[in-house]
Design a protein. Structure first.
Ligand SMILES: Nc1nc2c(ncn2[C@@H]2O[C@H](COP(=O)(O)OP(=O)(O)OP(=O)(O)O)[C@@H](O)[C@H]2O)c(=O)[nH]1
Ligand SMILES: [Mg+2]
Length: 457
């Protein structure tokens, strides 16, 4: 089990460690059997009901025990303390009674809220964003994934330098009480820290650009292959990886924990004589930290550029949650400019549904496909639906492919279910029916008067 690293210690470790995290040795993280044993008290300030189930699930994934929870119903979080002052007093007693050693808020806290709460409660205070970033840090495996997470963590911590300064002050970095003498060392430390962080961010972005350019090269190669692409997108734990595995025979890791997959995997899928590419990638969540969306821009591009997006939803969630999750995913898709891509809603985990719930889902989401990635139920329907989405736009094309372009001919065989070819003096005349998105990619060879300003030459 891992534990959480408070933002400021993560930050202090930055110049020394690769991912902005320090070894868990600070006094605020007591050790048991050599491992961090954190007991978190969960808090939320929200106008209505909201239960803390998801925050607890995030903490479970991060390896932190939950010692208790407190929800305050209020119009908006208090700007200074997140919770109202009276509630903070109440919380202090609860934290002590439950023997919790960290407090975790279900929203991203402003540095001021975080600082004030810590002062009032006398235990480290973390927010939902820090927990999510910590899980990402623990689950990143590839060089690109690690770079992206480190970038997101640094950007999150940059905004909290003031918080850091308070900690330094408390740790004795400042002198005296108030006045010019206090500011001196703290300020200059902050300036140094900021400069180091900025340098590191620049270096990270440069390295990511490099990785990104190789990714762009890979994508260009794939586009040259003209294969239609399908992206699996959706809430974390919805079953995206399981679905990729069942549909394509891939062996992507699957686990009942949040954000198990961070790095994209692409496999081919054969449907009705055509080859498709299917990509599984990082999942989304409510209040997904924008630092992660920014840092994962390259990864998310896989989704944004797909010809078809399968929005996978855990159909076994209660309707209210299901709708909130669906909305959260739609919001991120919009943010990454994938909102206009054709989309199919896939309700997964059908095996876990009662007959009544099945009927309700069919009624509420008439366009969705109900499947079980585990039992295979509904997968034939899904395959048909994918093919149909492309076939809706089928059009006849006549292409003249020069004899020197054997690669293009074999690409055509991949993407056009059946085609006919005639040898002519100038090359191979190919007639076929193919989806519009694909036909466009072959425009430069068009001879049937459909030739438009193509994308090439
Ligand atoms: N009952 C049931 N469980 C499923 C089904 N599909 C996936 N699961 C389970 O749901 C959990 C999450 O599955 P994953 O495939 O890892 O989900 P994911 O969407 O890739 O999740 P992240 O990568 O963490 O975002 C695992 O415990 C799976 O075994 C299904 O059709 N039925
Ligand atoms: Mg996954």
């Amino acid at each position: 089990m891992r534990g959480l690293t408070p933002a400021y210690t993560g930050w202090q470790g930055m110049p020394r460690s690769q991912n902005g995290r320090t070894a868990q040795s600070s006094a605020s993280t007591p050790q048991a059997g050599g491992r961090a044993r954190q007991r978190a008290y969960c808090i939320a300030a929200t106008p209505v009901g909201e239960d803390l189930a998801e925050l607890k699930e995030l903490l479970r994934t991060a390896g932190v025990a939950v010692a208790g929870e407190l929800v305050q119903h209020r119009e908006s979080p208090h700007p200074n303390h997140y919770l109202g002052q009276g509630k903070v007093e109440e919380l202090k007693a609860l934290v002590k009674a439950a023997d919790a050693n960290v407090v975790v808020a279900d929203d991203e806290l402003s540095p001021r809220q975080e600082r004030n709460l810590e002062k009032a409660l006398d235990v480290p205070v973390l927010d939902r964003t820090a927990v999510i970033l910590d899980i990402f840090a623990g689950h990143a495996h590839t060089a690109e994934g690690k770079l992206q997470v480190e970038l997101a963590q640094l950007e999150y911590n940059m905004a909290r330098m003031r918080g850091l300064w308070t900690h330094l002050e408390r740790l004795g970095a400042g002198r005296g009480v108030g006045g010019i003498g206090t500011r001196g060392p703290g300020e200059s430390q902050i300036e140094t820290d900021r400069r180091l962080a900025r340098d590191r961010i620049t270096a990270l972005k440069r390295r990511l650009d490099h990785v990104r350019s190789t990714r762009a090269v890979q994508r260009a190669e794939r586009e040259r292959a003209h294969l239609p692409s399908v992206a699996l997108a959706g809430y974390t734990n919805a079953g995206k990886s399981t679905l990729l595995n069942t549909l394509t025979g891939a062996t992507v890791g699957v686990r009942d924990r949040l954000f198990h997959t961070l790095d994209p995997t692409t496999r081919t899928l054969q449907l009705q004589g055509r080859t498709f590419l299917m990509t599984d990638t990082v999942g989304f969540i409510r209040k997904l930290p924008h630092q992660l969306v920014n840092a994962f821009a390259a990864t998310l591009e896989e989704t944004a550029l797909a010809d078809l997006v399968l929005h996978v939803v855990d159909g076994s969630e209660p309707e209210e949650d299901l709708e909130a999750m669906t909305r959260a995913v739609e919001d991120v898709l919009e943010e990454i400019h994938a909102a206009d891509s054709p989309r199919v809603l896939v309700l997964n985990k059908a095996d876990a549904l009662s007959d009544e719930r099945r009927a309700e889902l069919a009624f509420r989401h008439p366009d969705a496909v109900l499947v079980s990635a585990v039992t295979g139920e509904g997968l034939d329907d899904l395959r048909e639906r994918i093919a149909a989405e492309f076939e809706r736009t089928l059009r006849d094309v006549a292409l003249l492919v020069p004899y020197t372009e054997g690669g293009t001919l074999s690409d055509l065989h991949d993407v056009a279910g059946d085609l006919s070819r005639t040898d002519t003096a100038d090359g191979v005349l190919v007639t076929a029916r193919m989806p519009a998105v694909l036909a466009e990619r072959f425009d430069r060879y068009a001879v049937n008067g459909a030739a438009r300003d193509g994308d090439g030459e």
